[in-house]
Design a protein around this ligand. Sequence first.
Ligand SMILES: *[C@@H]1O[C@H](CO)[C@@H](O)[C@H](O)[C@H]1NC(C)=O
Length: 243
Amino acid sequence: MATKAFFYNLLILSLFIGGNCDVIFSIENKCTYSIWLGASPSNGDAIVEHGPDTLEVLTMSDPWTGIMFARTACSSNASFYFSCETGDCRTGQIDCQGPTPNFPVTLLNFGINQGQVSYEVNLNHGFNIPVRFQPDGGSLVVGGSGACPVVDCIQDLKNVCPSPLVATNKNGVYVACNSACDALKDPKFCCTGEFTGPACKPNEYSQRFKDLCKLAHTFPGDNDPPVYKCSGANRYYLTFCPS
Ligand SMILES: *[C@@H]1O[C@H](CO)[C@@H](O)[C@H](O)[C@H]1NC(C)=O
């Protein structure tokens, strides 16, 4: 495929020009539908439509600490107002660099500093799309030792989303699954008030997420696996709908 070859060449070129300190993300959309990425705060990259089976190579801002997420089912209306059924940024613009999205979204939390990358898949604000984040090489500097592990949530939580957590579009059709904290606003699920520290526990909702997505964080106190920090990776593969 011509576009893929083009982007792979771009990757090699950017590695060559950038030297080995740049943090390179290879972002692949393996979903059968388009996605539109978003980043908060801005990480300086153009955010455009990613059609099915496309790859984009980003050189990440460094330092940068923030979230990345995917928006789904986006369109412009007759007055060119752009909006999305999940992850909408509420600005009417296709570019979502800065605003926090509407939840639920599957969150990718990153901390990039001097070529090192901390990373997690986090379901504390729900789930809208399966993801996998996979370092290519490198070694852990936080969260263990040895090779930098993959983190992911590959399963679609659609089938296990408890009905009080279901998020629907304007036609009443399922589009994403809320976290228990966001949907039910209970301090017990949000780990606030008297439920901080050791009193912050998994719950029946977070447990459903955990059963399918063991490598993702499913409630505010979830530290299993730890938040990893990786140094020296050649690049990082971020894949949507990986299976
Ligand atoms: C498009 O959507 C915006 C935001 O919801 C709304 O203000 C505007 O009236 C809509 N335009 C049309 C033609 O429906």
